[in-house]
Design a binder for this molecule. Structure first.
Ligand SMILES: Nc1ncnc2c1ncn2[C@@H]1O[C@H](COP(=O)(O)OP(=O)(O)OP(=O)(O)O)[C@@H](O)[C@H]1O
Ligand SMILES: [Mg+2]
Length: 331
């Protein structure tokens, strides 16, 4: 098995809520990330999936220390980076890169792209020759001609700019890239180009990546393993094909069933999530998914928080009654 590049253990991030109405009854916390543990192996694309507000970006930002975490462990390439300052992280940035949803926000709008790239080359201590060679290779790789460098960011399409954002992330030959919803702001036809570029990165460069998305099709296409998050906790995790073919958590099951049909004639039974979406503020006791769960049972589900259990084949699930397992007994 490949070595781990990243190990995240018991990561916690709660946001203090400043609503005066809530303050009256004491301080409240929004549990954006609660006891989250996973590891990413060298050369793999690890996906994080979940509904909007489930805590995906918070996990990504905490891992890169773009956001402070409350507690936990973050080990990158053998180095414990938990709580690293921005100054210390700057030294690591060439190994830990990121690509975000909106490429326009990733570039200085007033600078021609060539200038932005050249300055970054200098920051990476590249000689002129190294920079020119690297830039030539990257432009070929992302299938853009060098005239784009003479333009301002607003003079490019979203897809072209996102390809340049990826090129910039790759300039330092990073050991790890965080990609947070890198295609969700793009047109469907352009999404495919970017995803193909990502697949190419994995297959030809062996690029390791944490890929955040709410699109199951995209994750299935691209990722080796996936973690499904719900209200700040991982509810299911495992190799992508294993999770799809042997789905155990009712939330993952509902997400998969809500995925659009691949063919209009395909028969598909969709599971509609019932019940209120609980808030991540003052999370309910027991299982966080209990109020919407089709397999909810009074007693265990509303009183005991299910732990992430190893179900074999690298498949983990946090459910008292996982599908296909007669687990009426307590864990
Ligand atoms: N700086 C902050 N202060 C307070 N609450 C925050 C902050 N950042 C995020 N949150 C809250 O934390 C929760 C998780 O947010 P996060 O951005 O991680 O979700 P997400 O899964 O990335 O959602 P999306 O798919 O919409 O990007 C949300 O309820 C959000 O409102
Ligand atoms: Mg997000």
């Amino acid at each position: 098995m490949a070595e781990n590049i990243l190990e995240v253990r018991h990561l916690k991030k709660w946001f203090k809520i400043g609503n005066p109405a809530i303050k009256k009854v004491g301080v409240s916390y929004l549990h954006a990330c609660d006891d989250v543990s996973f590891e990413i192996r060298k050369g793999e694309i690890f996906g994080i999936i979940g509904e909007s507000g489930s805590g995906k970006s918070t996990i990504g930002k905490c891992v890169l220390n773009l956001q402070s975490s409350d507690s936990g462990e973050i080990v990158f390439d053998g180095q414990d980076i938990f709580g690293y300052s921005q100054k210390k992280m700057k030294l690591l940035r060439k190994d830990m890169q990121m690509v975000f949803q909106n490429p326009l926000a990733s570039f200085n709008p007033k600078k021609r792209l060539g200038k932005t790239f050249a300055e970054y080359g200098k920051f990476l201590d590249m000689t002129d020759e190294q920079y020119q060679n690297r830039m030539k290779g990257l432009l070929k790789y992302i299938k853009l001609s060098d005239d784009v460098l003479s333009r301002l960011p607003k003079e490019l399409s979203g897809g072209q700019l996102q390809r340049l954002a990826i090129a910039r992330a790759l300039m330092s030959e990073p050991k790890f890239v965080l990609a947070d919803e890198p295609v969700s702001a793009l047109d469907v036809s352009v999404q495919a180009q970017i995803l193909n570029l990502m697949i190419d990165l994995k297959e030809n460069l062996g690029q390791t990546m944490l890929f955040i998305s709410h699109d199951l099709n995209v994750v299935r296409h691209l990722c080796d393993r996936v973690a499904v998050v719900y209200l700040g906790v991982i509810v299911e995790m495992g190799p992508i094909d294993e999770v799809y073919s042997n789905v155990m958590h009712p939330y993952t099951q509902a997400l998969i069933s809500a995925k659009p049909k691949e063919h209009p004639l395909q028969q598909k039974e969709q599971i509609i999530l019932k019940g209120d979406i609980p808030t991540a503020i003052d999370v309910p006791e027991g299982c966080r998914f209990a109020s919407r769960c089709s397999r909810y049972k009074h007693g265990l589900c509303d009183h005991r928080t299910p732990k992430l259990k190893d179900m074999g084949n690298g498949h983990f699930v946090a459910c008292h009654y996982p599908k296909g397992h007669n687990s009426d007994e307590e864990d």
